[in-house]
Design a protein around this ligand. Structure first.
Ligand code: FAD
Length: 437
């Protein structure tokens, strides 16, 4: 976190410490990111005795590192979701994913979480005529469902983004931005205020079922509980190995500039939206409250020097915002995104009393917050078929080890395709929804 803009500017979190005793709880949660803490908050509000175990500090993984873009929906468009899950479960799922930003901004308001929240919308600019068509269809689908979305002309896109690079865009006014680490720390504070016990520096090192209860071991203590929620997303380790094998963790990397001078700042994202474009290896960007440009894209895997990812990002800034030539970069950081094979988040019962929700495919600020509440509803006794998200069987990816190697190859391939398209400037392949990483 040391190089992270969010770490440098976040509101302080609650002072926590490790679990140093053997305790009991009605529900134990492993992982203190948005999923785990949103579940803890809802359960504690419902009067349940909840313990949260975090290996590091609150929000030290994806929830404190991400781009802070509050994006409605998942990678698939609403029509596709209804096709996949049928008219009843599918339309309930569409409502669920659409409600994400409302859930986030309502929690921020209710618990007075100071996290620089703005709700000015999220823009997806098109990089090719083909993706412009995809976007136009997406707008139609959301508009039919009453969402506040709009297709933007090339001129309006250039004005709202401050870049001539795009052919058009859509704006989804349900979206917005937050300071991600301040938000997750605020959730922790709210959950504690409602009665949840949260322990940091307490990795779950062993999990075993005994007499219809679960026993979780940490280095200095243990928790016994009838119900356990695993909320570890891309950082799922061998504690529940089949679950780890349902995800491919993919690195995402960000840079933040020095504050942009006033004159240029009036031209770059002047109305405060955030944006993620339609390249296969998409670029996502926004300003922070002091006018720094935060630019993110796929990173490099850990054994490749960070300098490579940084250079790739500087190039992206120059390409999209040539007016920022010469700007200094003050922060560099990255994290892991949990990708699934179907590009959808997953909700599973791994074993009786062992629940999980994960796999947000880079759209987890809103969706992980929502998923935490759904997990809490499940732990509170709501039957699986009535949940706001479909429960699916755990399906580890065959040959998982090789899939990770495959992911590297796919990323290199997509990067090469995007690069080629940029050079030739004539993009003809259709960028299907869900294919971007
Ligand atoms: C660089 C980056 C940029 C992103 N940008 C965006 C964005 O702009 N918008 C968006 O919607 N989404 C974005 N995402 C995705 C989003 O951040 C995640 O989907 C979301 O934060 C997942 O939340 P989570 O609580 O499920 O997981 P996490 O926040 O990763 O939390 C999991 C926690 O589990 C803990 N843990 C793991 N194993 C154990 C164990 N054995 N014992 C105890 N604790 C354990 C970890 O330490 C961690 O704190 C981005 C992700 C990254 C990495």
């Amino acid at each position: 976190m040391a190089g992270s803009l969010w770490y440098a500017t976040a509101a302080p979190g609650p002072v926590l410490g490790p679990l140093t005793a053997s305790v009991r709880a009605e529900v134990a949660i492993i992982g203190a990111g948005y999923t785990g803490l949103s579940a803890a908050l809802r359960l504690a509000e419902a009067g349940r005795d909840v313990v949260v175990l975090e290996a590091l500090e609150v929000g030290e993984r994806a929830s404190g590192l991400n781009g802070g873009q509050v994006i409605p929906g998942v990678k698939h468009d609403p029509d596709i979701l209804e096709e996949m899950f049928g008219p009843v479960a599918g339309s309930r799922l569409v409502d669920t994913v659409a409600s994400g930003p409302d859930v986030v901004f309502d929690l921020i308001r209710k618990y007075e979480i100071a996290c620089a929240a703005t709700r000015t919308g999220w823009i997806q600019p098109a990089t090719s005529p083909a993706t412009l068509e995809v976007i136009a269809a997406r707008v139609g689908q959301w508009r039919r469902r009453g969402a506040d979305v709009e297709l933007l002309s090339a001129a309006e896109t250039a004005r709202l983004i401050g870049s001539q690079r795009y052919l058009g865009a859509w704006i989804d006014r349900r979206g917005g931005t937050i300071q991600p680490l301040s938000y997750v720390r605020g959730l922790a504070r709210a959950a504690r205020g409602a009665g949840a016990r949260i322990f940091s520096q307490s990795p779950a090192t062993d999990l075993e079922e005994t007499h219809s209860e679960w026993r979780i071991q940490t280095p200095q203590g243990s928790v016994v509980s009838a119900m356990v929620i695993i909320a570890t997303d891309a950082y799922t380790d061998r504690l529940v190995d089949p679950l780890r094998r349902t995800l491919i963790p993919v690195p995402s990397f960000q840079v933040a500039t020095e504050p942009i001078c006033d004159e240029l700042r009036q031209t770059i994202l002047p109305e405060g939206q955030s944006a993620s474009d339609t390249w296969h290896l998409l670029r996502y960007f926004r300003l922070d409250p002091t006018g720094r440009l935060v630019m993110g894209s796929r990173g490099t895997f850990a054994d490749v020097p960070v300098a490579v990812a940084a250079r790739h990002h500087y190039r992206a800034v120059r390409e999209i915002f040539p007016q920022l030539e010469g700007i200094r970069y003050e922060y560099h950081w990255g994290g892991l995104v949990g990708m699934t094979r179907d590009h959808l988040p997953h909700l599973h019962e791994i074993a009786p009393g062992l629940l999980t929700g994960l796999g947000y495919n880079g759209r987890g600020v809103a969706m992980a917050t929502v998923m935490g509440r759904i997990l809490a509803d499940w732990a509170l006794g709501m039957p699986g078929p009535e949940l706001a998200f479909p429960v699916t069987p755990l399906a580890p990816i065959p040959m998982h080890r090789f899939n990770q190697f495959g992911a590297r190859m796919v990323i290199q391939g997509l990067r090469a395709m995007d690069g080629l398209a940029r050079v030739r400037d004539r993009w003809s392949a259709r960028s299907a929804p869900g294919l971007s990483l």
